[in-house]
Design a protein around this ligand. Structure first.
Ligand SMILES: [Zn+2]
Length: 487
């Protein structure tokens, strides 16, 4: 879609939405809940109710990636914004794929270095439908939870960003910096329609000095907020092919160079390998903050991780206690795909595995591959870095006004729980923003238990409605305190 065409689509969608005649499914963009159906009061509480309706609508638009097909969701979002009198643009990033950008201005001349970008992604990870107890694209509410793919990741955040943005517009907020809304495509795929393309083609439309995105969480334990993890850095993903070669032949006469046997032995070694521990500044501060929140025993081991005598043992205990902690302190390698298919009675000439590697920012893939080659120690097996490897970004500052403000407001609003700097083991769009000098921070503002977090890329993803309301309220306060001038 070229730019002119995009303009027509937005205008067309807006007209239909205004007239309330937008057709629903089958290919359907659900119609936004009319503003008047809920109270139009600008109170955060009531806009959260409205936003939960938008979240249902967004869940109903299936943006499973691949293929993504974010267009319909992008049109829905731009329609909502246009209805509020906010000009929204669709940004074409590929066939059937768009992002959305909109801006609330603080002055006639924009100052990108001060601007605040609210980012969320439109696409979701696919579902294994048979394993869900509800329709993953229904947004059904049951026992206080809204269920659906994307309820948290990331349509929940998208709906919250919309609520904050629309709240600022409705209240005619006096902004001291531009606030920019951005809904991205292809975040889960990190492919050709992702934020990389958006930055390459449309950077001037959303250039900003600061951003709030997903990436960190409000972690609940035993029904209370234990801490708020504010993401300021993230690990880097690289896929590596593990390839074993041998001689193909008749399965009735097994040979020693059967590549499946060599591959299996290599995977067994790599699967139990622990890369050396390396604390980045953010992870060090994270562990200092988390130690007093854990029980005495684990707290003691966390504090001992840096000591010369007990350090190594302590690192092992802490790694074993939590896969998240383990991955925060070292490069990790997860075998994810195996393939070696010819036929039941044929020894294949080649067997392959995919290793999904997550590097600490600053660590080098070549160093890790050297170590793995020594470990595998088999000339029949080789390691090959695959295309589209992630790039390490510098961390966002832990001294910026926005970082301090997020920590202060979140801690205050979540009952005094501490806010800690967080280096996520997962990827977000923030790495690309950080590579363009944006101080980007990740905070999905909804208090979530381990049980809820676990479902994010899994089955029966859900968000507690009370957490959604609270998150909208807290995000509104953060953005208001950062971007609105008070008299
Ligand atoms: Zn996400």
């Amino acid at each position: 879609m070229n730019w002119n065409r995009a303009g027509q689509v937005i205008a067309g969608a807006a007209v239909l939405l205004m007239a309330g005649r937008l057709p629903a499914a089958p290919q359907g963009i659900p119609q936004p809940t009319p503003v008047n159906a809920v109270s139009a009061s600008p109170e955060p509480k009531s806009i959260a109710r409205e936003a939960s309706g938008w979240l249902v609508d967004l869940i109903k638009i299936n943006t499973s990636n691949p293929p993504g097909n974010e267009n319909l969701a992008a049109m829905y979002v731009s329609g909502l914004l246009q209805k509020e009198g906010i000009k929204a643009e669709l940004l074409d990033v590929g066939p059937g794929r768009s992002a959305v950008v909109a801006r609330l201005r603080s002055s006639v001349v924009p100052d990108p270095s001060k601007a605040l970008l609210l980012v969320a992604h439109l696409d979701v990870v696919p579902v294994e439908k048979a394993r869900w107890t509800v329709d993953p694209f229904s947004g059904v509410v049951r026992d206080g939870y809204m269920y659906g793919r994307g309820a948290i990741d990331d349509k929940g955040m998208l709906a919250a960003n919309l609520a904050v943005f629309i709240h600022l517009k409705r209240t005619n907020a006096h902004l001291n910096r531009d606030v920019i809304f951005l809904a991205t495509a292809d975040e889960e795929g990190s492919g050709d329609a992702s934020i990389r393309t958006l930055i390459a083609k449309y950077w001037d439309k959303f250039a900003a000095g600061f951003a709030i995105n997903e990436g960190g969480n409000v972690f609940m334990k035993n029904g209370k907020v234990q801490y708020i993890g504010v993401q300021a850095s993230e690990k880097v993903a690289v896929n590596v092919a593990l390839i074993a070669r041998g001689t193909s032949g008749h399965a009735s006469q097994p040979t020693k160079d059967n590549p499946i046997v060599h591959l299996a032995a290599a995977i067994a070694k790599i699967g139990t390998y622990s890369a050396p521990v390396h604390f980045t500044a953010i992870v060090r501060r994270y562990f200092e903050g988390i130690a007093p929140l854990e029980d005495d025993e684990i707290g003691k081991w966390i504090r001992s991780m840096d000591t010369p005598d007990r350090g190594e043992h302590a690192q092992r205990v802490v790694s074993d206690a939590s896969p998240l902690w383990n991955s925060m302190m070292r490069d990790t390698i997860a075998p994810t795909i195996l393939s070696a298919v010819v036929a039941n009675y044929v020894i294949p000439a080649e067997a392959r595995a995919n290793l999904n590697v997550r590097l600490l920012p600053g660590d080098s893939i070549n160093t890790l591959l050297n170590d793995l080659n020594k470990l595998v120690n088999d000339p029949a097996v080789r390691l090959e870095v695959q295309p589209n490897a992630g790039l390490a970004a510098p961390p966002s500052s832990l001294e910026s006004d926005l970082y301090n403000l997020i920590c202060r407001v979140a801690s205050r609003e979540f009952g005094g729980a501490p806010a800690l700097p967080f280096q996520s083991t997962w990827l977000t769009d923030s790495a690309q923003l950080r590579l363009h000098n944006v101080q980007a921070y990740g905070l999905v503002p909804f208090p979530l238990s381990q049980e809820d977090l676990r479902r994010m890329h899994g089955d029966d993803e859900r968000i507690p409605m009370a957490s959604f309301d609270k998150g909208v309220d807290v995000l509104t306060k953060i953005v208001t305190e950062f971007a609105v001038t008070r008299y």
